[in-house]
Design a protein around this ligand. Structure first.
Ligand SMILES: [Zn+2]
Length: 511
């Protein structure tokens, strides 16, 4: 995907970075009876989870199990009002804790008691409960709020995209701040119930399934109700509100398929359908490579012509900007976003510096699809990519394994990340490589992973020391030398799939 906020927040978050770890859990060591030996005074929860790139994203001191996000939206004014109920467990004794949120908060209650609130940093809502919280306590946090998200800016930017007929809440890593208070980091996943009341005739699409049909409400309004029962990172929850045609179906395996097409697409609509309607086929093929599909529903949303310029792997249902359909159907972006359901959504980054574990893998899935379709082998795509960036190109200066906060979506994270995986495949052989991929998605299913953990798994399965390969391809500036044995004999012409993959990557990454 593509975003513009990184540089702004990377700079802004430095103001709170210094205090990041000060509030780390201060609980005393348990005794043999499992009780603290001393009673430390309750401390504030940390304002971040220690992410190297985004230190104040997420919060310490509690773990969220579920978000109930209940909203009311007015497309004509972009006014959003809502109540989010957060079910969480305290992981330390807490005098206060933070939520990540930007809209105006009317009230916060913690276990029924009105809490006091203040704001801090760029996006921190500090909640001080009426009573201190003890470690292990179950928390019900009810936040009532309102705002105009498209006019709520951070560094001049809003992740909430207002369109002619509605809005899109789709972005990475920052998206939740504009529509629900959260512990906004992939380390704290939760399930979601999301419902939105809109004027009747407007559609609302979100994650998962619809546990019941849209509900008529007073005042000629309709409430759309969505539920996702798999652990979901906060940035992978989404809203698409506007005029959509919804197409539903069931896969041969019995999974619900819910696709939606903005009515604004016009002449782009057939190409969008010819791509997104192949989602079930693509997920079936990917399941054969990556292991069982991790979620309870499938689908895709073709966003409006005045919406986003990228695509995002929003869980169970990626959202695609219109640019992917301008030159005809593009199944490569559908392959990419659905590969993320395994690599990114089910297995999420433990820190954003690990982003190549998302983008390198989703990009390599495109190379595998090209191979499957007879449109060029992964080797041919590797060779052509390698040759298309001269050794002195700045592309080779970005380290996919540690690109920096401002470059998490740099083209090198995608393309050199895919090249790193291809080198791994060559080093360990196809048998081991195609054992490593599902082993990874199984070992970290619904959780998080790091590059070091992936390397360890690959070494375990292959029996090889892969340190030099990972260091060379992920953590060393400059174009690595490639032995002639690892290249096709003749300098490659562009594989047939090249143009479509390029088109997709120009919109997905910063090229
Ligand atoms: Zn991606």
């Amino acid at each position: 995907m593509r975003r513009v906020l990184t540089a702004a927040t990377a700079a802004l978050t430095l103001t709170t970075a210094g205090t990041m770890l000060a509030g780390a859990p201060g609980q005393a060591a348990p005794t043999a009876w499992g009780r603290p030996t001393v009673t430390a005074a309750p401390q504030p929860g940390a304002p971040g989870l220690g992410d190297t790139y985004f230190p104040d994203y997420g919060n310490g001191g509690y773990d969220v199990e579920h978000y109930d996000v209940r909203l009311r939206y007015e497309p004509t004014t972009d006014r959003l009002t809502g109540t989010t109920t957060i079910l969480a467990t305290a992981t330390q004794d807490l005098s206060s804790f933070n939520l990540d949120f930007l809209l105006d908060v009317e009230s916060v209650r913690v276990n029924g008691w009105e809490a006091s609130t203040s704001t801090a940093g760029v996006h921190e809502l500090v909640v001080t409960p009426a009573r201190t919280i003890t470690r292990g306590q179950q928390l019900t946090i009810v936040v009532r709020y309102a705002g105009v998200p498209s006019q709520t800016l951070v560094g001049g930017y809003s992740s909430w995209t207002r369109t002619a007929d509605g809005a899109l809440a789709v972005n990475e890593p920052e998206s939740a701040w504009w529509w629900f208070p959260s512990n906004d980091h992939p380390l704290d996943k939760a399930t979601f119930d999301i419902s939105v009341s809109v004027p009747t005739g407007v559609e609302v699409i979100s994650n998962g399934v619809q546990p019941r049909p849209p509900l008529a409400e007073a005042g000629n309004r309709t409430r759309w109700i969505w539920r996702t029962t798999s652990p979901t990172a906060t940035y992978l929850a989404f809203l698409a509100i506007g005029q959509y045609d919804i197409v539903t179906d069931t896969t041969p395996g019995g999974q619900p398929v819910i696709n939606a097409y903005s009515t604004s697409l016009g002449a782009l609509r057939p190409a969008a359908r010819a791509s997104i309607e192949r989602t079930a086929e693509i997920i079936d093929w990917e399941s054969g490579l990556f292991g069982p599909y991790p979620f309870e529903a499938q689908g895709g949303v073709a966003g409006p012509v005045d919406g986003i310029g990228f695509a995002l792997e929003t869980q169970t249902r990626p959202v695609y900007g219109p640019g992917f359909w301008r030159r005809g159907a593009n199944t490569y972006v559908v392959v990419h976003e659905n590969a993320h359901q395994w690599f990114g959504d089910s297995v999420s980054v433990a820190e954003w510096r690990n982003v190549w574990l998302n983008e390198g893998f989703a990009s390599y899935a495109e190379w595998l699809w090209s191979e499957e379709q007879g449109e060029g082998t992964a080797q041919e795509l590797f060779d052509f990519t390698y040759d298309s960036y001269p050794a002195d190109d700045e592309f080779w200066q970005v380290l996919p394994g540690d690109p920096g906060a401002a470059q998490v979506f740099d083209g090198a994270v995608y393309d050199r990340g895919a090249m790193a995986l291809h080198q791994l495949r060559l080093a360990v052989g196809d048998d081991a490589f195609f054992e490593i991929l599902p082993a990874w998605t199984t070992a970290h299913r619904y959780g998080n992973g790091t590059t070091a953990q992936f390397q360890a798994l690959a070494e375990d399965i292959s029996g090889l020391d892969l340190d030099e390969l990972f260091t060379t391809w992920l953590f060393t500036a400059g174009r690595p030398d490639v032995a002639s044995a690892a290249r096709t004999a003749t300098p490659p012409a562009a594989p047939k799939s090249w143009a479509k993959i390029r088109e997709a990557h120009e919109l997905l990454s910063h090229q």
